[in-house]
Write a protein that binds this ligand. Sequence first.
Ligand code: GDP
Length: 317
Amino acid sequence: MSHMPRALVTGVHGQDGYYLTERLLSEGWEVHGLARDEDAHLEIDDRVVLHRGDLADRPALAALIETVEPDHVYNLGGISSVAYSWEHPVLTAEVSGLAPIALMSAALDLQGRTGRDVRFVQASSAELFGEPATSPQDESTPIAPLSPYGAAKAMAHHACRVFRQHGLHASSAILYNHESPRRPESFVTRKITSGVAAIARGESDELVLGNLDARRDWGWAPDYVDAMLRAAAHDEAMDVVIGTGRSYSVRDFVAAAFEAAGIMDWERHVRVDPRFVRPRDATELRADATRARAELGWRPTVEFAEVVSRMVAEDLR
Ligand code: GDP
C-alpha cells in the first residue's frame, strides 16, 4: 500500500468496533466507521471518519465502499441478540446475512476496478453451531444454527467462502463470547457484573437470571479484535475459530463476580426466573482454536477470573 492504509469498520459503535478502531488508529490506519443514524455521538467519532447509515440499505453500502476505497473491511455490525432475531427475523436476515454479501460484492468490484487487494473480515459467531453434539468445536464442526440470528450469520459465513473462492481475501472469524466493560447489559456477563456492583453498593439485593448451567467460552474482547487483525494480515484468507478453549458455567461467572466484589454468600442474592430461560440454549460452547494458534500465531492473553474481575472493578467505579 503506497497510501495511508484505510479501513472501513461497520458497527463502529459496538464493543469490538471500539477496540478495533483503537488498534487500527495506533497502527497508523485511517479509519472509516459506519454507525446508525439513531446512535448517539460517541467519543470515538472524533477520531474516525464517521458515516451514518444502515446495514439494511444495501445500495448505500455499495456506494460507501466505492467512495471510501478501503484496503480492509471489518464487518462487525448487525443484530447481536438471538431474542431480538426471533422478533425481527427478516430484518436480522437483511442486516446480518445480506449486508455482509453486499459488502463483499462491493469489495470484489472495488478490487476489480482498482487492481488493489481488498480484504474482508466477517465477525462470525459460535451461534453458527447451534447446539453442537461435540465440544470443543472447530472449523469442521457442522454449521447448524437454531435461530434467525444463527441462520443469518451462517449465510454470511458461507458467503465468505464463496467470495474467497472467487478471488476476495475474505475471512470468517468464528468468535466465541468475548467480554469487556464495554459489553451491553443484554449479555449475561455485563448483566451479572453490573448487578453485583449494585448489590455491593447496597442499591439492590437481587440478581435475576435464567439458565445457570449453560457453559460458555468467555474471553477478553481486545484479544478477539487482535485475531481479526491477524486474519486480515495473513497471506491466506480462512475460516478460523477464536476462543480460549476453556468453558465455565453461568453459575461460575456469577460466583467469580460476587467474589471479585468481596461477597461470599452470593446464593441468597440470586434468583432464577423462567422469563430469562431460553427455549433452546447450547449446553456448552467451547472453542478449539488450534488453527488460530498455528496459522495466525494468536493466543488469548486474559483468563476467565481476570475478565470477570476487570468487569466488576469497572462497574464498581
Ligand atoms: P450469547 O451466548 O451470545 O447468547 O450470550 P449471552 O451473554 O446473552 O448468554 C450466555 C448464556 O447465558 C446463555 O446460555 C444464556 O441462556 C445464559 N443466561 C442465563 N441467564 C441469562 C440472562 O439473564 N440474560 C442473558 N442474556 N443470558 C442469560
